[in-house]
Write a protein that binds this ligand. Structure first.
Ligand SMILES: [Zn+2]
Length: 388
């Protein structure tokens, strides 16, 4: 189809404007200009494309049209079910997933795709409220959801359910798959800092960290895969990195970055996990982020900049506990001096290995931060005991 573009008029433009207004990207209908693709419409289309990760050209071609179609659905307007091979997508699916997650059902990420995991979560909900557990969300299930209203909220039940699944899988790291994602690469060096005759790039530093982490995890019997080599031809987009981790069936996903800021006084480490502004969060992701953050702070003395929920593609599209760590600021002279020291990088790596191990310890047998001797992990796990 020919893209609908600025200057066009007609019913298709009206439809586009209606969807954009429903998403609060346009002011509500304003009479005469309703069917005209004006500059306000173009700005709204660009904002929409940006928010959906589409190429931003301000025109409505086939891809943007499909995304707008998906965006117009409101929860309850149609029956949702697990369709194969083309799953249903839309804002209504995302609303349902967020609702399920709030109530403690493991619907995976709120990625707006009605996949098998969403279907299972719906079936579990149906079973618990006495409906036929067919995994489809039709009028009866919608009624049950409405009746419950907002009474059932909070991540606790889900936290228990997810961590139960992890607990049942036992404390061993042997045979697990960890995908390590060194950020940037290729034409994108990340943060770059000239330092005398030297030049430090984030892409190189985090690849070194990733290789060290790979070595330590592999020594504990973990299957490790990196998302890129030391000098890739181009920079892999975050969506591809997430898809790679999904395709490998990773148990844990760790993305490594260093931060940068115009103010050289900015320093410290921060860890990010999946979550949205309205409090929906990946419980296991949040737990892993907390462990990574605490272990790194305890073992390296980097300033604690905390853990934060973000809805970034990398965290949203990965289907396993996923974190992104910003290990210090390359633009901070103190952080940089530490990061360029290989012994310091080894301490960072030990902290991350300890955090991954603690993910799999039963809560009641968890150990104090900074107490795991990473070099003895394998023996400790083999003996079935945990250091206190
Ligand atoms: Zn980065």
């Amino acid at each position: 189809m020919r893209p609908i573009r600025p200057g066009d008029r007609g019913p298709a433009v009206t439809e586009i404007r209606t969807v954009l207004a429903g998403l609060d990207l346009l002011p509500p209908a304003d009479g005469a200009q309703l069917d005209e693709f004006d500059s306000t419409t173009e700005r709204a289309v660009r904002a929409f494309q940006q928010s959906r990760g589409l190429s931003v050209d301000g025109r409505v071609g086939a891809e943007t049209w499909r995304a707008l179609e998906a965006a117009r659905w409101r929860l309850g307007a149609r029956t949702l079910y697990h369709a194969v091979p083309e799953p249903l997508t839309g804002e209504d699916v995302r609303s349902l997933q967020e609702r399920l997650l709030e109530m403690g059902y493991d619907a995976g990420r709120a990625d707006a795709i009605y996949g098998i995991r969403t279907s299972r979560a719906v079936a579990q909900f149906q079973r618990e409220v006495g409906l036929t557990p067919d995994g489809a969300c039709g009028p009866h299930t919608m009624n049950a959801l409405r009746r419950l209203g907002r009474k059932v909220v909070g991540g606790r039940p889900q936290w228990l359910r997810e961590s139960d699944a992890i607990r049942q899988s036992g404390p061993t790291l042997v045979g697990r798959t960890v995908v390590i994602d060194p950020g940037h690469g290729g034409t994108d060096p990340g943060v770059v800092v000239p330092d005398g005759t030297l030049r430090w790039t984030e892409a190189e530093l985090v690849h070194d960290l990733a290789s060290r982490l790979e070595g330590r995890l592999a020594a504990s019997g973990v299957r490790v895969q990196l998302t890129r080599g030391p000098a890739p031809g181009e920079c892999l987009p975050d969506t591809d990195r997430a898809q790679l981790a999904n395709a490998l069936g990773a148990d844990v996903f760790i993305s490594l970055h260093t931060d940068g800021h115009v103010n050289p006084a900015a320093d410290g480490v921060a860890t990010y996990h999946y979550g949205t502004d309205n409090g929906v969060t990946s419980a296991t992701g949040e737990r892993l982020a907390g462990l990574v953050q605490r272990e790194i702070v305890a073992r390296t003395g980097l300033r604690n900049c905390g853990t934060h929920a973000k809805a970034w593609d990398l965290l949203r599209l990965t289907r396993m506990p996923a974190v992104r760590v910003e290990v210090g600021y390359l633009t901070s002279p103190t952080d940089r001096a530490r990061l360029v020291d290989p012994r310091f990088r080894d301490r960072v790596v030990e902290a991350i290995v300890a955090a991954v191990q603690r993910m799999y310890f039963p809560i009641e047998r968890d150990v104090p931060t900074g107490s795991i001797d990473v070099s003895e992990l394998r023996a400790v796990v083999a003996a079935g005991t945990v250091v206190d």
